[in-house]
Design a protein around this ligand. Structure first.
Ligand code: SF4
Length: 704
């Protein structure tokens, strides 16, 4: 079962075009950007104002919640006023949970209706029961009866439907049969797809959102694979739900959405941020532009099948090719199961005392510094202020033997030194230079030697490997993918305990750096190596876009975050960011977003909508200030009770709007305190965290 044409190039998944009003989604259309208003829908003026503001910044599809029939009725006037303001071409989507009556009203007024299969016809009671096949069939018939009127009316009116599954708000029926799993999410949507198809209705868009990017990625992959073998290839709406705000929200969204887009999946995207929704659009625009630049740059040498699929032709017979494609003249076998997260198994290795690599060790963080920065005692390399995001490795370029002397002097003089230092050796540097200039000078940090080797460098590679092994150092090998075969014998003799692999600038080129690292994992598997992989974001891996911090953040999330969600990556470096502290912080935030290493509290915060019962932005900021130091703890902050508890899925604690001015507190999925006045609810949350043994006092502030 495959979910995309290639995991090594961005070949767009062909999909049928679905019209949402005048806006085409899928097919040959560009990626469409969308967002959602946060006003009370019955406040018509505010909702129109927000919708127009979104359209003005480039939002192509605007979603508005319709929590009840009264709110759904307001959509008529909202539609009229937005059209009168000059935005008749911007389609509106009604967001429905629970109430088919609201959907039946909304479909009269707007171009698309989103339903959540977990709660459209099912009341969630968290019941645990066995469903016999006959019980299950009866439930499906009930579902058919409840959903069919909407499908028929949408067909009559030419509306589109989004079947939008959310992790954590699956029906009891699906939970009991499939569990809280990607398969359960997919099956939940397909139950609704089958009803649509039974009525000959195909204007369907699907989404599979989760707040955990790994689950979200696996689920969309599974959906694409299942759908494209048994159903029409309907367009996909991508999003990471409850991503939060600021850098973290952008990173989580970019990891999930970017990873899928690089594999060619996705036709419309929403970046959900706990911020004013207009701030979502520039992020979505930048993500979409990077992905679409890869579509246009589909490399030559594509097979006929791939070409047909990339062109979106022959949609009636779309079937994906297996995950074995021709690349640079050799077949590349993917070594990863894309539907199940499993970290690539590596051998244990000590980089420095108390800094190991291994299956149970977190990925380590390296920053790139100049010789001057290494020598500067006030540099962030030596700063105690990076306590929660420590720089573990420092990569310094070594062009000449004199540079080695300088490194040696810097490390001798420094009061505090990095955990380990990586010397990026130019071709002119020999083991003899290392021996004469740096050996026995009592550097305070262990050394890793990074060198590029070409296919003719077998003997040289063996020399460096022997040199490093004799001194207990690690050799980081930067090898172009095409050079693995000629170097195979030398590489096999390296062993796994003092070699690291990374990719050269050209191998990990912008065309599909994720694919290049996947191939690296495949090459290592071929030679039986369990050596760690170092993921490097460098100027050579930079994609389309400017030199802004947002652009660097998105690309780091695509490459490093995407690979970590594939189970690859044991060291990471964001070398595109020159500021050392920012580079380290960005690396830690990407690790946290990918669930690979926790350096602070993780917040799962909904973006807010017309159902929200308190000010989400200020509440999230306030709770973050009080609890943001709790490494490894996950806190969900949800604006409402009807949807929040289900959507917060795997959080440790939840702070959820129960009624206007009232908060419900959760431990896991269990509500333990109801209807607390919002004043004082923060303290009750902290008390709850303490009761469950997850509280630590914040560290005292360090002097500047
Ligand atoms: S959890 Fe937040 S975004 Fe979701 S429905 Fe409730 S208020 Fe709206």
């Amino acid at each position: 079962m495959s979910y995309c044409a290639s995991r090594f190039r961005t070949i767009r998944r062909p999909s049928v075009e679905v019209k949402v009003g005048t806006v085409g989604v899928g097919g040959k259309n560009p990626l469409r950007l969308q967002s959602m208003t946060t006003s009370d829908t019955q406040d018509i003026e505010a909702t129109v104002r927000q919708s127009v503001a979104l359209a003005e910044v480039g939002c192509e599809i605007v979603r508005i919640t319709a929590p009840n029939p009264a709110a759904a009725k307001c959509l008529r006037e909202i539609r009229q006023k937005i059209s009168a303001a000059g935005f008749a071409h911007v389609p509106l989507v009604a967001d429905i949970h629970f109430l088919p009556q609201a959907a039946m009203e909304a479909v009269e007024h707007v171009e698309k209706v989103r339903v959540n299969p977990g709660n459209y016809a099912d009341k969630k009671k968290f019941n645990v029961r066995e469903y016999s096949d006959a019980d299950y069939e009866r439930e499906l018939q009930r579902l058919h009866d409840a959903f069919s009127p909407l499908v028929k009316r949408a067909k009559e009116l030419g509306r589109a439907l989004r079947i939008g599954t959310n992790h954590g708000s699956l029906s009891d029926r699906v939970m009991n049969r499939y569990g809280d799993t990607p398969l359960g999410m997919v099956e939940s949507a397909l139950e609704f797809v089958r009803i649509c198809e039974a009525h000959g209705f195909h204007d369907i868009i699907l989404s599979m959102k989760a707040s955990n990017p790994k689950i979200m990625i696996q689920t969309y992959r599974l959906l694409a694979a299942r759908m494209d073998t048994a159903h029409r290839p309907y367009p996909l709406h991508l999003g990471v739900t409850e991503a939060g705000d600021g850098e973290d929200g952008r990173i989580k969204s970019a990891i999930g959405i970017g990873s899928l887009l690089l594999d060619g999946l996705g036709d419309t995207i929403r970046v959900s941020l706990t911020e004013d929704s207009v701030y979502e659009i520039p992020v979505a625009r930048a993500i979409a532009d990077k992905a679409m630049a890869l579509w246009r740059d589909a490399p030559e040498g594509m097979t006929n099948d791939e070409s047909r699929m990339a062109n979106g032709s022959d949609q009636s017979s779309i079937r994906h090719s297996p995950l074995v494609i021709s690349h640079s003249g050799t077949d590349q076998h993917d070594s990863i199961d894309p539907f199940v997260f499993e970290r690539r198994v590596i051998s244990e290795m000590e980089l420095a005392p108390a800094c190991r690599l291994g299956p149970e060790q977190p990925p380590r963080v390296i920053v790139r510094a100049s010789l001057a920065e290494l020598a500067d005692p006030s540099s962030a390399i030596h700063s105690q202020k990076l306590k929660d995001t420590p720089i573990e490795g420092v990569l310094v370029p070594i062009a000449t033997a004199a540079d080695l002397t300088q490194v040696s002097a810097s490390l001798k003089a420094a009061a505090a030194s990095p955990v380990f230092v990586v010397l990026e050796l130019a071709a002119a540097i020999t083991p003899g230079d290392l021996k004469s200039k740096i050996e026995d000078k009592k550097t305070k940090a262990p050394l890793v030697l990074l060198r590029r080797f070409t296919g003719n460098d077998g003997a040289l590679l063996s020399d460096f490997a022997a040199f490093a092994r004799d001194r207990g150092q690690v050799l980081a090998c930067d090898i172009a993918l095409g050079d693995f075969s000629p170097l195979a014998a030398a590489l096999r003799s390296l062993g796994d305990t003092n070699a690291i692999f990374t990719l050269s600038a050209t191998a990990a080129s912008a065309a599909h750096a994720v694919g290049a690292y996947r191939q690296l994992a495949g090459e290592l598997r071929k030679i039986g190596s369990r050596a760690p992989i170092w993921i490097r974001n460098t100027p050579a891996t930079a994609m389309q876009g400017d030199n802004s911090f947002l652009s660097k953040l998105l690309e780091a999330s695509f490459l490093t975050g995407g690979l970590l969600c594939d189970g690859l990556g044991d060291l990471v470096s964001i070398e595109t960011e020159a500021d050392l502290a920012r580079s380290a912080k960005l690396a830690y935030n990407v690790l946290q977003g990918a669930g690979a290493r926790s350096s602070k509290t993780e917040f799962v915060a909904c973006p807010s909508c017309g159902r929200t019962l308190f000010d989400l932005q200020t509440t999230t900021q306030r709770i973050r200030e009080k609890t943001g130091h709790l490494k490894g703890v996950k806190i969900a902050i949800m604006g409402c009770i009807v949807n929040g508890p289900g959507e917060m899925a795997d959080a440790d604690f939840g702070y959820v709007g129960g009624a206007p001015g009232k908060i419900n507190l959760y431990v896991g999925k269990q509500c333990v305190q109801y209807n607390l006045p919002q004043t004082g609810a923060d303290e009750r949350l902290i008390a709850l965290i303490k009761e469950h043994g997850k509280w630590v006092d914040p560290a005292p502030a360090l002097a500047p």
